[in-house]
Design a protein around this ligand. Structure first.
Ligand SMILES: NC(=O)c1ccc[n+]([C@@H]2O[C@H](COP(=O)([O-])OP(=O)(O)OC[C@H]3O[C@@H](n4cnc5c(N)ncnc54)[C@H](O)[C@@H]3O)[C@@H](O)[C@H]2O)c1
Ligand SMILES: [Zn+2]
Ligand SMILES: [Zn+2]
Length: 440
């Protein structure tokens, strides 16, 4: 799939954009440690050139915190097109500014900032509305244009399908259009509170707001990874009357129950999820939000179809939601999908008058200031809700494998570099992935 995608992209040639994906290496030849992709379930630490200012509006960041996301697992499994050997991954990171380009007027070296996972131009019609993930001018993938009719923004460390920008699972990152894509972090906010503004906190917020969860509604959340758990919390804050979290990972189900007090449904015990939901909520749930993952089909039918490349994505969760929501109910897809799925119950969608929303890649810039000031700094939303482990950057390859297997109760990880501050009070202390217990 990678070879075919890359060949087709080469044939089409890149779309002209406002930003260059490649960076200029530092002139003194200095190197940094970084996590790079080499193939299916093959990621390695490499010595890569430290980036230098490449375009006038660039900022070079010394990374003080990074992490792994469920979206990285799609890359790890080779499910996203146009990966190239040696691509530096990572789209969620924060740091201290090391250098600024001559076009950067409002940020200075030494400032503490968090990056958005998307690289926005700040000027196009989408950016003017802060819809940063939909920016028109930063992703050069003509392949995405062909597949979707339009392109997303460029993303850090997320394949050449999203622009081919080196990512932040590294000691340094070049942030194009730094003033647009970095948010200064106030002194009173800890690194553990700030890092997840990069993605999962605005993303889960967007899922709930964009799908239209209203006061008093009953919401089902498929998948209790970091996105699902945070989305459940946002549903509570938005006044949902009941939230039911669906997963099969025992630690994640326990976390949702114990930390948030939501109801849970273990699909390893209740394989017919819509039936179980109908028992729990006669008449159907009001809203379903997909926070799962398209690369883990659970039925033989879709395992086989995916294996034979008859479909790229599984529609199982969508179909479960179509059965479980009430007539005129709402469905949101915040979980990433890549291509095509067979056997979608389009009849239920139409006949039940269901409002289906593709939430898109979340526009982080639309929400991050509001979340920081109104929810994190006021204590209404605690980002460390999802934080379970802290590991060093050198453990990144082992972390991919452990996070993929959901080993040792892992939910969200803080990955430290040699530039990180010590862990904040009450947050996980440093562990090595080798010390984690195996998942049985
Ligand atoms: N749209 C965006 O902007 C955006 C941003 C970040 C992440 N995402 C996506 O959100 C999803 C969740 O991310 P995460 O970091 O929480 O991932 P994760 O892999 O840690 O969690 C996914 C959870 O879904 C569960 N799951 C798998 N199949 C299921 C099924 N059939 N029914 C119910 N649960 C199921 C898994 O057991 C797992 O606990 C991923 O698809 C990720 O790519 C989207
Ligand atoms: Zn992410
Ligand atoms: Zn733009």
């Amino acid at each position: 799939m990678q070879a075919a995608g890359n060949a087709y992209q080469n044939y089409l040639g890149p779309v002209k954009t406002d930003v260059k994906p490649e960076y200029t290496p530092a002139s003194d030849g200095s190197k940094m440690r970084a996590l790079a992709w080499f193939g299916n379930k093959d990621v390695r630490m490499v010595d890569a050139p430290v980036p230098d200012i490449t375009e006038p509006e660039d900022v070079i960041l010394k990374v003080t915190g990074t992490t792994i996301c469920g979206s990285d697992l799609h890359l790890y499994h080779g499910e996203i097109m146009t990966m190239q050997k040696g691509d530096i991954l990572g789209h969620e990171f924060m740091g201290v500014i090391d250098k600024v380009g001559p076009g950067v007027l409002h940020l200075q070296p030494g400032q503490r900032v968090v990056a958005s996972f998307q690289i926005a131009c700040g000027k196009c019609s989408y950016c003017q509305r802060k819809l940063s993930s939909f920016c028109d001018r930063t992703n050069n993938s003509s392949l995405q244009n062909v597949m979707y009719g339009h392109r997303d923004a460029g993303f850090f460390g997320y394949s050449h399908f999203t622009g081919g920008f080196p990512g932040g699972q590294a000691e340094f990152v070049r942030v194009p259009k730094g003033e647009v894509n970095l948010l200064p972090v106030p002194d009173e906010v800890t690194d553990e509170q700030a890092l997840y503004l990069s993605d999962i906190i605005p993303t889960s917020y967007h899922a709930v707001v964009d799908t239209g969860v209203e006061k008093g509604e009953v919401v089902g959340i498929w998948g209790l990874g970091p996105i699902g758990l945070c989305a459940a919390r946002w549903c509570q804050l938005k006044g949902a009357s009941r939230v039911i979290g669906i997963d099969r990972v025992s630690e994640r189900l326990a976390m949702a129950k114990n930390k948030l007090g939501i109801e849970t449904l273990d699909f390893s015990q209740y394989s017919d999820v819509p039936k179980r939901l109908a028992d729990l909520v006669p008449g159907g749930i009001d809203v379903g939000i997909d926070c799962g993952t398209f690369h883990e089909p659970k039925t033989i039918t879709h395992k086989v179809q995916k294996l034979m490349m008859l479909e790229t994505d599984s529609p199982e969760t969508l179909n479960e939601m179509l059965l479980a929501v009430r007539k005129q109910g709402k469905i949101g897809l915040i979980a990433a999908y890549a291509g095509f799925a067979n056997g979608v119950n389009v009849g239920a969608l139409m006949e039940k008058g269901i409002r289906l929303t593709g939430n898109g890649q979340a526009p982080v810039h639309l929400y991050w200031k509001e979340i920081l000031h109104d929810y994190i700094m006021t204590g209404k939303f605690d980002p460390t809700l999802v934080l379970t482990h802290r590991v060093p950057l050198e453990d990144m390859p082992k972390l991919y494998a452990a996070f993929d297997k959901r080993q040792s109760g892992v939910e969200k990880v803080f990955v430290e570099t040699r530039f990180s501050s010590p862990p904040s009070k009450g947050c996980p202390t440093l562990t090595r992935v080798d010390e984690w217990s195996a998942r049985n």
